[in-house]
Every structure is written in structure tokens, then in C-alpha cells.
Design a protein around this ligand. Sequence first.
Ligand code: HEM
Length: 526
Amino acid sequence: MLLQKWADIGEPMIVEKSVNGATLECSERENKAIVVEGQLDTSCIRVVTLTAVYLLLYPFYLSPLRTLLGPPLGPNFLIGSFGDILNGEAGIPQREWVKKYGTAIRVVGPLGMERVIFSGAEALQKVLVADWISNPRPGFMRETLGLVTGHGLLTVTGDCHKQMRKAMNPAFSLHNLTAQTDMYYDAIDGLLEILNSRVGQSQVGQGSYEWITLDIICLTGLRYKADSLYNPRNELAEAYEELISLQTGRNLARFIAILSIPGMSSLLDSEFAWRHRSYVGFSSFFHPAKIISPYITHYTMHRIKTVSASILREKMKEAEYLESNEDTAAKKDIMSLLVLVPYAMSDTEMMDQVLTFLGAGHETTASGLAWTLWLLAKDPVSQQRLREEVTPYLEVTCLVYEYPPYWRLEDKADHHVFSQESLRLYPPVPMTFRQAGTTDYVDGVLVPKRTLYYIPIRVVNTLKDVWGEDAEFNPSRWLPESNFGAVPSTLTFLAGPHACIGKTMAIIEMKAVIAALIANFDFALL
Ligand code: HEM
């Protein structure tokens, strides 16, 4: 086993051999080849010609989807409806369009690129569940996600995905996840202590929810003590903070503009970026490229990969030790279990799973936590009821807790309803994409091959036709006595074979953190 150190920039990690000798056959991994410079010229000519056709002819006169209703193409067909999407709150412009134009609509994005939004249950069931293999995540999404989360479960498709998911499912079983909950409590105590020291200040919780979820995923996913709560300037926490800065304002616009250039994500993830890094350095426009590429600078993704590689090396060493000692009972973190499964992942695939857990597993849960606390802060009566409900289960001595096993909190009504309602209304992943792999009818519409499906998670979660007149807020819908069985499913964790593998982990974690916070503090809006 040889995991070359991801230490010197320009020296990508090289896989020599898999953990157990065998490797998973997976074409996507092989596709991540270094981009050859010469391809650029021909690509440019193709891009210019295609852009002209797509901008001036296709959306108006040629597209089979042109008869679908949707927001007008408008005068600025260079960016289409992109401006509305970028300036609006995530998922909200789409919700307005669905209200206005119906359950099957066409939206034209930048450069005449079309996407369809189906919000009916049958259409979504077809795209996400029944025909999931022929409607994979689009290439741009896999490449962009791949830059941050590696090419793990979040980016693979088809048989490769099936194999990987099958190997990983047992590590995410309820049994294993509930056995991990005692790992949360050091981090929770840390959060309580920090918030306690900030009571009365403005923005008491700022940053803390990201750090606690990062600390928890590092412990439960990797048994790595990141200690971000006490040391938010540690390299992992700092690097993720920089990454998160790409999600807002000018950075987001630049980020999208850069990654919209065909082939750009592969370029940024290749040695080509290292050799030409001086061209990128001169303009602030390329700032997102510096953050996202592990080759251009020693910052962000380079740092994240360095830490991930060192975590993985530790796991590998432990695995060798465990093989000889057979002390598997002591191993409860997800990665330790994965290293031990008989199905063998190559070192690169293992590294990609580490990046996937870190990337997919903390910011999402932090956002769920923050929104739930916000909803509780707006509703002091329910907050108090929840406090009375959970406090008896937490034996409080100053800030030191005797934490209950998860199952004692699991079915507490107020606890459950608020996290459910918050995840419905403010899904941390408000939308995703799929791409039609074949030309096919969906909801009576002939959708051409390669059409982009915008999967409207937040829209579907809040449609009045589905959720009723109280779609905007009614936590009590989740109570057993409110005919809970008839409550529609949300799309928060998606549906079908690509549904979130970390769903149960995220919910358990949110509940554990919220119980401890509400038992200790009053949350109010300023
Ligand atoms: C509230 C928290 C979370 C939310 C709302 C959430 C949401 C989602 C969504 C919507 C997807 C589907 C993305 C797509 O296919 O386009 C997804 C996939 C995924 N999530 Fe989560 N997630 C959360 C927490 C987590 C956690 C804690 C982990 C832990 C490791 C995780 C790991 C993953 C992975 C690996 C996938 C890919 C699954 C597959 O394709 O088989 N997520 N998540």
C-alpha cells in the first residue's frame, strides 16, 4: 500500500495499489486524466460555433421544448433567467415560476442552455427513482462537486455507484450511527461553553454551528479530532470557511462564470493548472479558481487534501493493526469500517470518500441546525415546550451533562416536529440537477437527450397544492395525532438510489445538538 504524500504542490497523490490488493473498476475515475493543452484550440472553435447556434437559433426556433411555458427569454438572452436565479433567494424564483406556469416548465439559462423543471410527483419519481440510471447527475455537476468532494459517492453514477453504495450502507446503519452518539458529546460541551461565554453579545452563534458539525463529522466519520470549536483557525476549518465564501455574492458569480467554461473543472484539477498558475495569480476574477484548485496555491483545497491524506494514512495503519488484532468492536467511525470492508476501494477512492464526508457532511447539517434554531427563536412558546420536554433527559450539573442514549430523545414530539419542519422549509440543499441520458417522455413532455433537469427540492417541499394552505409553516403536521402518516414526503434528502446516505446521521446529530442547546439557552430574534 503506497499513498504518496500530498505535500508538495504539483505532486498529485498517486495510487499504487488498493487496500486489499483489488481495485474497483470505475470508468469515471479513469476519465480524470490530465487535460492535454492542445485540446484547448479546437475546444474554443467548437464553443464559439455552438454558442452562436445555441444563443440565436435553438431556444427560439429549434428546441422541442420551446412550446413549454416558462419565464420569458427576455432581452438578455446571453444570460437568460440566470440573473433572477443569482439575485433571488435559493429556490424562490423557481417557486414563483412553478406557481405561475405549472408543473412542467422550461427555463433558459446562460448561453441559451435550457433546463426543465418538473415538480409533479410522477415526473420526479421517474427521473430520480425509476429511471435514475438513464438520468445521471450532469457532467458539470460531477466535475464541480468532484473538485471539492473528490470522486466519491456524491459524483459516481450507474454500476460504480451501486457497488460503492452497497459497500458503504452498513456503516450508515441506524445501529452503527446510534452507537456513535457518545462521540458527539465532547463537541456539544465545547459548543455550550463557547456560547455561554458569548451570551449577551450579538451574533452569539456565528461560526459555531459550522465548527461543531465539522468537529462531529471528523470524529464520527473519521475519528479525527479537528477541534474547530476551540481552534477555528485550524487549517481544515479555515479552508472550509474559504470554500464556503464561494457561495455568496461576487465570488459565486465569478465561480460560476469560471466553471461554466467547458473543461475548466478538469483543468483546475490537473497539473496544467500548476504549470500555468502564474496567469491565474494576476486577476482577482480568478480568486475562486485559486480556492478550488489544489494545484494553483497551497490554500484551501490543497490544505483539505493534505489533511485528508494524513487522516487516511492513519486509518490504513490502524487497519493493518486491526487485521492482526481483530479488535473491530472498538472501531465505530465510518471510515474505519470502510477500510475493513471486504470490497476493496483503491487509495484514491478512499481519499475521495474522506473528502465526501467532510464536504457533504458538515455544512449541510450546520445549515439545518441554524434554521431550526431560528424557527424556535421565532416561536418562544414552542421553544419552552421543547425545553420542558428534553431537559428531564439531560442531567444538568452546570454545563456538564449526563447525555442520554439517542433513543431516549428520538421520539420526543416537539423535538421531532421542529427539525422536520425546518428541513422541509429550508432544505440545506435547495436544488440539484440531473441530465436526460435518452430522449424520453416525462409527464407527457418529450424531453430531448442531454436536457438538464432542475430538481426543485425547496419548491416541492413548499408547494401549496401538496402541503395545503399552511405550507408556509405548521410544525404540528408532523405530530402522530395530525394524521402524520398522510404527510407527503419531502425531497430534502432527495429520493431514489442517490438519496442522501447521511440522512439519519444528520437528523440524529441535529437532534442531539438542539436538545443540549435548548435545555441551556433561550434563543430569541434580535
Ligand atoms: C441536513 C443535512 C443533509 C442534507 C439536507 C443532505 C442532502 C443531500 C441531498 C439532497 C443529496 C442528493 C444530492 C444529489 O444527488 O444531487 C445528498 C447526497 C449525499 N449526502 Fe447528504 N445531506 C445531509 C447530510 C449529509 C451527511 C451528514 C453526510 C455524511 C457523510 C452526507 C453524505 C451524502 C452523500 C455521500 C451523498 C451521495 C449519496 C449517493 O449518491 O448515493 N449528507 N445529501
